[in-house]
Design a protein around this ligand. Structure first.
Ligand code: ADP
Ligand code: MG
Length: 987
């Protein structure tokens, strides 16, 4: 049966145009999103796995080897069923690091451009037979439908159309990680069409040719050898290794990698694919036996590989042939389109970009796109040439198995990436080289040698499976062995290790620790400009800043590093990981092996955004981390950790409170960069050998504060350094000082009482004796001496008296004895008492206390207070000085000011004023007990005393004593007016 050429062309082109249309409408968002973004789209797009090999070639395999044909379906299904341990981890890595191909993944993992280049070239090499199969399927099938069509012309035309499609829909964005929605939708559609076509043919074969279930059973019991042939393949044990090859192919083939990981689809869709794709493959696999038997029954076995097509021909059913043709066309076109797009990005990143410098004059993004388009054209041309000169001489199965076993060589690398951090670059390269060498010598070379003399298909499929089995076994064994030996002999660099850690399962990608020399975005732009051109560089940096929500301008060290990481990820999507890393490499001038501070912060920041994606043990560990972190953060002690360089890694809330320095500002600073006095306090403590320091006194905001410091080394932690704890001891210290003070006062009081008692009696005796002298002699000198003795004993008495008073107030007495006192009158009386003793001095005392002011207290004691304070003021004042007593009402208290314009008190003495026996006066004049006494009495009245000097700051003289006493509730008597008393005194 011959089909009309124009009808065939019309059908083929019409189909491809329909694909174009679907892709175009999707890109322009003309199709409903519900349809184009339907989860089934991704699953169907992954059906690209089923290529023309599956559509045509598999029947040949089923015919020759029976059940062995299932390996392809089972292997790929296994890869998807095991998605959580294979596909999902790869997806995570590629997402996070913006990796767009297998070469990117390996280049990133093994930190080497060479790895990427080698992977790309080998992938290209292995993909050529696969693409050739597709071209061949079309080139073979068209002449079967119309014997006038030349197969090479059909192949050429097909290649041109496909190249056009790939360029139009597969090279739309400069960045490789932008999804090509149109492309994905079109591929999904193609998958659907081939599924429907094959199922329809199988149904027809089953129902109408084989006669349904009963017909089939009859036929099979009449011809049991067909069932046996399927059940008992000649070399039944040979296909396990092929199973592994197809398992690997499901994700390492460039088109599968592209659809599964690079096209930007939600992660859940891969979970859906984990059962969706096996289901899809199962449907395809089930279609094989009915078609096979139907073909046998109807004698359509001229070329077993194309039995689907020949079935319609031999039955004279044109629609059946058409269905098979369209199915085959969609299977062939889908894979070529995606594979060329994927290979183009690999070649761009790993072959072209490392070799060619972007010319300065061109627009960068457009240049990138054109490079990719040219590569696609080159690829199509290369595939055509391969087909033309080599491929067409082989059966589909031969080329297919050749390619699949080639792809198997990438499996050890992928598994090592996911599960073996010790795998190193050299190990990987050695393994790959060994695997491919065995593959080439065991499979490729013999094939080339034999085939030149034999016609296509002459090698039996049995022989083929046998060969491939041996070669697959050997190459895989060599590959794995060399990978292991190589990795153990040549361990990876530090960088490689960190990339390995970022790749292993559930690992968080920690950016490697480094300190950047750049400070603002302009520095980044300047670094990128030579390679990208200045405006793309600016755009990339802006984009990264926006994504991180960072402000323009000066960046903090932490943010520079985040920006760098983000830029690397973005550029990786544009240029591939190797180029991106190389571009940003000069920024890492100051590599510092020990510097890991940023690591910890970045890790924490990433964990904050990462937690939803953690599951199982990782999620629980994260919970634990949060718990520990919160504990440290809320600890009622200042806690901070520093690394070996004394840079701050952790700074808790209490620390922020003590220092007034937010964690954001403190992190990353070294201790010496902290503001005063924290730099000295913490810096010197971190430097000393002792683990504890008690009550270090520092001056903070004008006040004294005491801190106890503790530290512990963190030698066994992942980041060697130390933890510092800071405890605020101020209150404790103040209390202790107060206690010590009153304890001292009390002991002095007891001592004073004893002394007064002991001295009192002899002094009274001396005074008596001296007075008795008057009765015993008339001699004036003796009498004079007697008077002087009496005078001196009086003086002694006074001192003793004040000692006794002091001792008396040393006892704590409660407010039971308090009465309501008029403050004005109390002060007036004190002034009176003082002035009695001030004969010959012209000092003025002013009593400015409101006459109505009442307070609660002990009159005698308060009198002593004022007498003492006025005496001090008088002593310090000049002959004609002014001394003023004022009262100021506060909300809860009364402030009494006693101000003089005397000498003032030098600052260095001010701290000792309340110490007993501290005096600056000459012996005999001062006792140094006045102020301690005052202090005691005021404390007994629940008040407070403060001495400010100089009171007159301008002239730098004078003293003001401020006494604060609690205010009485009804403290004013309305009838009395406040007035000012003035008492000018003279002897
Ligand atoms: P004394 O008056 O017996 O010396 P005090 O305890 O009353 O003992 O005073 C202690 C010291 O405080 C005094 O010696 C004096 O140096 C200083 N001082 C107290 N009040 C004043 C003041 N108003 N002006 C200057 N110095 C003062
Ligand atoms: Mg005094």
């Amino acid at each position: 049966m011959n089909f009309d050429i124009s009808a065939l062309l019309l059908l083929g082109l019409g189909y491809l145009l329909a694909l174009f249309g679907a892709a175009w409408l999707t890109e322009r968002k003309q199709l409903p999103e519900r349809l184009t973004r339907h989860p089934a789209v991704h699953v169907l797009a992954l059906g690209v796995f089923a290529s023309a090999w599956t559509f045509y070639g598999i029947f040949g395999l089923a015919h020759d080897t029976g059940y062995a044909y299932l390996t392809s379906y089972l292997g790929a299904s296994a890869a998807f069923l095991l998605a959580p341990v294979t596909l999902i981890p790869i997806l995570r890595i590629t997402r996070r690091h913006q990796l767009s191909s297998l070469a990117d993944l390996f280049a990133f993992r093994f930190r080497s451009g060479r790895v990427g280049t080698l992977t790309t070239l080998l992938t290209l090499f292995t993909s050529l037979p696969l693409i050739s199969i597709q071209i061949q399927a079309l080139a073979d099938s068209l002449p079967m439908l119309n014997s006038q069509i030349s197969s090479s012309r059909a192949a050429a035309g097909f290649c041109v159309v496909i190249a056009l499609f790939s360029i139009l829909f597969g090279a739309r964005h400069a960045s490789l990680r932008n999804s090509h929605n149109g492309l994905v939708f079109a591929i999904a559609l193609a998958s659907l069409i081939k599924l429907v076509a094959l199922l329809a043919i199988a149904f027809y074969a089953f129902w109408f040719i084989l006669g349904g279930p009963s017909g089939l059973e009859q036929w099979l019991s009449a011809n049991p050898e067909h069932l046996t042939a399927l059940r008992q393949p000649p070399q039944a044990d040979h296909w396990q290794i092929l199973l592994l090859a197809f398992f690997a192919c499901a994700f390492v083939m460039p088109h599968m990698f592209q659809i599964a990981f690079t096209e930007n689809l939600p992660t859940e869709s891969l979970y859906r694919a984990s059962w969706g794709v096996p289901l899809f493959l199962l449907a395809l696999a089930l279609a094989v036996p009915p078609v096979l038997w139907a073909a046998i029954k109807s004698g359509a076995l001229a070329n077993p590989e194309y039995m689907v097509l020949q079935l319609g021909q031999s039955l004279q059913q044109p629609w059946l042939s058409m269905l098979a043709f369209i199915g085959g066309l969609s299977a062939a076109s889908g894979i070529i389109i995606v594979a060329t797009v994927a290979l183009a990005s690999m070649l761009q990143n790993h072959v072209v970009l490392p070799l060619i410098k972007v010319p300065d004059s061109v627009r960068f993004y457009a240049w990138l796109l054109w490079v990719r388009r040219l590569i696609i054209l080159g690829l199509m041309l290369g595939s055509y040439l391969f087909f033309h000169f080599i491929g067409h001489r082989f059966a589909l199965n031969q080329l297919g198995l050749l390619a699949f076993i080639g792809f198997l060589q990438f499996l050890p690398g992928v598994l090592a990436t996911l599960y073996w951090p010790r795998a190193s670059r050299n190990g990987f390269l050695l393994g790959l080289a060994a695997g491919f060498t065995v593959w080439a010598t065991g499979l490729l070379v013999p094939m080339m040698g034999i085939e030149s003399s034999l016609p296509a298909g002459a090698l039996s499929a049995d022989q083929l499976v046998d060969d491939s089995h041996r070669s697959a076994m050997l190459s895989l064994a060599a590959n794995v062995l060399m990978l292991i030996i190589g990795s153990l002999l040549f361990p990876g660099s530090r960088q490689e290790r960190s990339a390995a850690d970022a790749c292993t399962l559930n690992a968080l990608p920690g950016p490697t620790g480094r300190q950047l020399k750049v400070e603002n975005e302009e520095d980044f732009i300047a670094r990128l400009s030579p390679r990208l051109g200045s405006s793309p560089a600016r755009r990339e940096v802006r984009r990264a800043l926006r994504e991180l929500q960072l402000p323009d301008g000066q960046l903090k060290p932490l943010d520079t590093l985040r920006l760098r990481t983000q830029l690397e990820q973005n550029l990786s999507g544009l240029l591939g990981p190797v180029e991106a890393a190389a571009l940003l490499q000069p920024l890492d001038d100051k590599m510092d092996a020990g510097f890991k501070a940023r690591n910890v912060h970045l890790l924490e920041q990433q964990l904050e955004t990462y937690d939803q994606r953690l599951s199982g043990l990782a999620a629980e560990l994260d919970q634990l981390r949060r718990y520990h972190r919160a504990t440290l953060q809320r600890l009622p002690l200042g806690a901070c950790t520093i690394d070996a360089q004394k840079r701050i890694l952790f700074w808790n809330a209490e620390m922020e409170f003590f220092t007034g320095l937010a964690a954001d500002e403190a992190l990353d600073l070294s201790l010496s960069e902290l503001p005063f006095p924290w730099d000295t306090l913490l810096g010197s403590f971190a430097a000393t050998g002792d683990l504890h320091q008690e009550a270090r006194c520092i001056e903070v905001q004008g006040g004294q504060r005491w801190f106890s410091l503790h530290k512990a080394p963190l030698d066994d932690a992942p980041e060697p350094g130390m933890v510092l704890l800071i405890e605020d001891e101020t209150q404790h210290q103040q209390l202790a000082r107060k206690l010590a003070h009153s304890e001292r006062l009390a002991s002095i009081g007891r001592f004073a009482a004893g002394v007064a008692h002991e001295i009192g009696n002899p002094v009274t005796g001396i005074a008596c004796l001296a007075q008795n002298l008057k009765l015993e002699t008339e001699q004036p000198e003796v009498l004079d001496t007697g008077d002087q003795i009496v005078d001196q004993t009086r003086r002694i008495n006074r001192i003793v008296q004040s000692l006794v008073r002091f001792a008396h107030t040393g006892r704590q007495e409660g407010p039971e004895h308090f009465e309501v006192i008029n403050l004005h009158e109390t002060v007036a009386e004190a002034i009176h008492l003082v002035s009695l003793d001030r004969r010959g001095r012209q000092q003025h005392f002013y009593n400015d206390v409101p006459a109505s002011l009442l307070i609660s207290g002990d009159l005698q004691l308060l009198l002593q207070v004022f007498v003492n304070l006025l005496n001090n003021a008088s002593d310090a004042s000049e002959e004609a000085g002014d001394i003023r007593v004022e009262a100021h009402l506060q909300e809860q208290s009364v402030e009494v000011w006693i101000t003089d314009d005397g000498t003032g008190i030098p600052p260095e003495l001010q701290s000792q004023l309340f110490e007993p026996f501290f005096t600056t006066k000459e012996p005999g004049k001062g006792t140094g007990l006045g102020l301690p006494l005052v202090y005691n009495i005021i404390a007994q009245h629940y008040g407070n005393i403060e001495i400010l000097s100089p009171a007159n700051k301008k002239q730098n003289k004078g003293t003001r004593v401020v006494i604060t006493l609690p205010r009485l509730q009804e403290d004013t008597i309305p009838s009395q007016q406040p007035e000012t008393d003035e008492e000018g005194l003279s002897g």
